[in-house]
Ligand binder design. Structure first.
Ligand code: UGA
Length: 430
C-alpha cells in the first residue's frame, strides 16, 4: 500500500516516518521547501526525540519527501496532516491551509482511494470535505491524532486508542489494514461517524485543559489560605475517578494545541447556537492566563515591587520539556513581558533557544544554565526540563546576586533549595 502524508509539520512528519516504520511506501508532501529539504535529508525540522533515527532509517528507501502534490497521485491512502492554527482575527480555527491542500489534492484522487483527515478541526469540517472528496469517487474518513510532543513517535506507533470517523463504504477496512499492527496489539478501536470523531479530539483537549485550569484555580485558593496544592493534588489524585495526571499546578498550558483548541471549540459552539454549553472554557482560558500574571507579580514582589533594570534569570522557554516548540509558550510570554517591563532578562533552554530566537530575537539567550543565572536577583523556573531539577542549588547560589527562586512548575526540590539558602516560592505551594 502506498501512502501520502500531506503536511509535514509536527503531526505529518512523525506520521510519515511512523507509516514507513510500519512497512508502507510513504511520500510526505509539504509546500514548505526548507522543511522538505531537511526531511529528505533525514533531518527533523524540529526537536522530537526518536524522530531522526526513524527518518534516517527509511529516507532513501520507502520514505520520500517532496513539494510536488502530484506525487500523491499513485497513493491509495492520503493522510491530511495540515495545521489548523488560531485565526489572526478571532478565536476560531484558520482552515485556509487545510482547504487549500484539499483543493490541490482533489484533481489527483481516483475512485476507490481514501482520504484520511488527521488535523484537529471544528465539527462539521469533515462532512464538508467528504462531499468534495466523494465527488471524485474517493472516500473520506476522519482519524484524529492524540500524539503528545516529546513522545510523538511512541504515541504514533503505539497509540492508546484509534478513532475512525466514517460514512460507511470501505474506509474502515482500509484503516484497519493501515493500523493492523496496533490493532493486533489490542489497541481499542472506536468506529463512529464523522462529527463524533471530530468532537472526540476537541473534547479530549478541552478536558485536559480544564483539568489543568481546575488545579490552577485551586492553586489560587491555596495561595490565600496557606494550603499546598501539590499535596492536595496527590491526595485527590489517589481517587481513581480523578487520577493524578494533568493535575500539575503551575504556569499553565501552552503549545500549538490546547490553547487554540479551547478557543476554537468555544467559537464553533457559538456558531452552532450552543455557546452557553462551552462558556466555562472561557474561564479555563482565563485561569490559565492569570497564572502568567501571578508569576510576573511574584517576580516584582521579589524585587521590591519593580522589575525594571533588574537582572532576572529564566530557566526554560519551550511550552513544555522535551520540545523546542515555543508556540503560545507561557515561559516565552512571561520572558517577553518582563523585558517589556524593563527587566534585564537572560533566558536558557536546553533545546528551544533557536526556535525562541526566531520569534523573539530581542531576548537575551544564555548558552548555559550558569550563564542565565549569573548575577540574577531572582531566578524563574518556567519549563520543567530535567536539567533544572538536577541542578545543584548550592552551586547555582554562588553565581547569583540574590538567592531567590520562583518555581513556576512546582517541581524543584524546595527543601533542597531552601537548605542551600534560597528563598523558594512556588504557585500555590506552601
Ligand atoms: C496535547 C495533547 O496532550 C495531545 O493528546 C494532543 O494530541 C495534542 O495536544 C494535539 O492536539 O496535537 P501537547 O500539546 O504535546 O499535547 O502537550 P501536553 O503534554 O498536553 O501539554 C500541554 C501543556 O499543558 C504544556 O504547556 C504543559 O506544560 C501543560 N501542563 C500539562 C500543565 O501545566 N500541567 C499538567 O499537569 C500537564
Amino acid at each position: 500500500m502506498r501512502i501520502s502524508v500531506i503536511g509535514t509539520g509536527y503531526l505529518g512528519a512523525v506520521h510519515a516516518a511512523g507509516m514507513a516504520e510500519l512497512g508502507f511506501e510513504v511520500v510526505g508532501i509539504d509546500v514548505d521547501a526548507a522543511k522538505v529539504t531537511a526531511l529528505a535529508d533525514g533531518r527533523a525540522p524540529f526537536y522530537e526525540p526518536e524522530l531522526e533515527p526513524l527518518l534516517r532509517k527509511h529516507v532513501g528507501s520507502r520514505l520520500t519527501f517532496t513539494t510536488d502534490l502530484a506525487a500523491a497521485a499513485g497513493s491509495s491512502v492520503h493522510f491530511l496532516c495540515i495545521g489548523t492554527p488560531q485565526r489572526s482575527d478571532g478565536p476560531g480555527a484558520d482552515l485556509t491551509y487545510l482547504d487549500a491542500a484539499v483543493g490541490s489534492l482533489l484533481p489527483h484522487l481516483r475512485p476507490g482511494t481514501l482520504v484520511v483527515g488527521k488535523s484537529t478541526v471544528p465539527v462539521g469540517t469533515a462532512a464538508r470535505i467528504a462531499d468534495l472528496v466523494e465527488a471524485t469517487g474517493a472516500e473520506l474518513a476522519w482519524n484524529p491524532e492524540f500524539l503528545r510532543e516529546g513522545y510523538a513517535v511512541e504515541d504514533t506507533l503505539r497509540p492508546d486508542r484509534l478513532v475512525f470517523g466514517v460514512r460507511g463504504g470501505g474506509a474502515e477496512v482500509i484503516l484497519r489494514q493501515v493500523y493492523a499492527d496496533a490493532i493486533a496489539a489490542d489497541t481499542p478501536v472506536v468506529v463512529t461517524d464523522l462529527p463524533t470523531s471530530e468532537l472526540v479530539k476537541t473534547s479530549a483537549n478541552a478536558f485536559l485543559a480544564t483539568k489543568i485550569s481546575f488545579i490552577n484555580a485551586i492553586a489560587e485558593i491555596c495561595e490565600v489560605t496557606g494550603a499546598d496544592v501539590t499535596t492536595l493534588a496527590d491526595a485527590i489524585g489517589h481517587d481513581a475517578r480523578i487520577g493524578r495526571k494533568f493535575l500539575g499546578a503551575g504556569l499553565g498550558f501552552g503549545g500549538g494545541c490546547l490553547p487554540k483548541d479551547v478557543r476554537a471549540f468555544q467559537a464553533r459552539a457559538t456558531e452552532l447556537g450552543v455557546g452557553d454549553s462551552l462558556k466555562f472554557l472561557a474561564e479555563v482560558d482565563a485561569v490559565n492566563l492569570r497564572r502568567r500574571e501571578r508569576v510576573l507579580a511574584l517576580a516584582a514582589e521579589a524585587l521590591d515591587g519593580d522589575v525594571a533594570g533588574r537582572r532576572i534569570g529564566v530557566l526554560g522557554v519551550s511550552f513544555k520539556p522535551h520540545s523546542d516548540d515555543v508556540r503560545d509558550s507561557p515561559a516565552l510570554d512571561v520572558s517577553r513581558r518582563l523585558v517589556e517591563l524593563g527587566a534585564e532578562v537572560r533566558v536558557y533552554d536546553p533545546v528551544a533557544t533557536e526556535s525562541a530566537r526566531r520569534v523573539a530575537p530581542h531576548l537575551e539567550y544564555a548558552d548555559t544554565l550558569g550563564e542565565a543565572v549569573h548575577e540574577a536577583e531572582v531566578v524563574l523556573h518556567l519549563t520543567e526540563w530535567p536539567e533544572f531539577r538536577a541542578a545543584d542549588p548550592a552551586a547555582l547560589g554562588t553565581q547569583v546576586a540574590r538567592r531567590q527562586v520562583i518555581d513556576g512548575r512546582n517541581c524543584l526540590d524546595r527543601e533542597r533549595w531552601r537548605a542551600a539558602g534560597w528563598s523558594y516560592v512556588g504557585l500555590g505551594v506552601a
